[in-house]
Design a protein around this ligand. Sequence first.
Ligand SMILES: NC(=O)c1ccc[n+]([C@@H]2O[C@H](COP(=O)([O-])OP(=O)(O)OC[C@H]3O[C@@H](n4cnc5c(N)ncnc54)[C@H](O)[C@@H]3O)[C@@H](O)[C@H]2O)c1
Length: 260
Amino acid sequence: MSMAERVPNSLPQTLAGKRAIITGGTAGIGRATAELFVEHGAKVVVTGRDLERAKNIQPLIDQGHALFVQQDTSDEKSWADVISRTLEAYGGLDILVNNAGRLIVKPLPLLSHDDMKLMLAANLESVFLGMRAAWPHLTKTGGNIVNVSALMGAKTAAIGLAYSAAKAAQQALTKSAALEGAAHNIRVNTVLPGVIWSDGWKRLAGEKQDETKTSVSANIPLKRVGEPREIAQAIVYLAGDEARYITGIEMTIDGGSFAG
Ligand SMILES: NC(=O)c1ccc[n+]([C@@H]2O[C@H](COP(=O)([O-])OP(=O)(O)OC[C@H]3O[C@@H](n4cnc5c(N)ncnc54)[C@H](O)[C@@H]3O)[C@@H](O)[C@H]2O)c1
């Protein structure tokens, strides 16, 4: 049984009455976050580029806990629609989770200027656009933002340099926004996932799922990859009122990789 099919009352209602936008929420970490938010009592607006993938969250929609809005997060105009649909459906906004992101792994000589622009648009500009669009509504509710960056933004590797650079910039953006937001009743935090076995990784591994998992796990102190729901748990905590004194932090959820 998928998380979406569970009766959403088996957990403490940490997010009862909260209204959230989760970008890129039809797959991977975003989907797990949408499902866990609903289990914790929230109503969610899930965005994504692909209408077809909205069926992944159909149970949440059918239960009246979610709606889907088609969006490319790097399209400035799309944000007005996402915000207005949220206000129309739920009457306000308490939480924005900027989860959508893209990864290109290529050696530097093969990285095109368009690749670099895509990395910046998907991982940095989108987050800026989302925060700016949500800001006036979050000030009204004392709301908060959780941005999904990556361990690779904090600890670079010899792969994915455009992605690392964009995520590092996203982290600077987030910390600045946290400082500015403190005067406006808005908290802003980041989560930094390590290797999380999401739909993205599954696509990347193709037919070599077990092989890839095993080789990646060997370099992780806890000797396994993470699950999307393990990131979702951290996002629920940071987005909830129990984290009311937390802003401007970067929480690594990576099986110990940052320490090692
Ligand atoms: N999975 C990991 O190991 C890992 C590690 C570090 C960071 N992250 C970050 O976590 C976030 C989620 O990653 P995931 O692994 O769950 O990915 P995923 O590919 O499984 O899912 C991402 C979802 O976001 C959507 N998306 C991407 N760009 C979009 C855009 N411009 N507009 C709207 N939707 C868009 C995708 O279509 C997809 O539905 C990303 O920001 C990623 O960089 C993931």
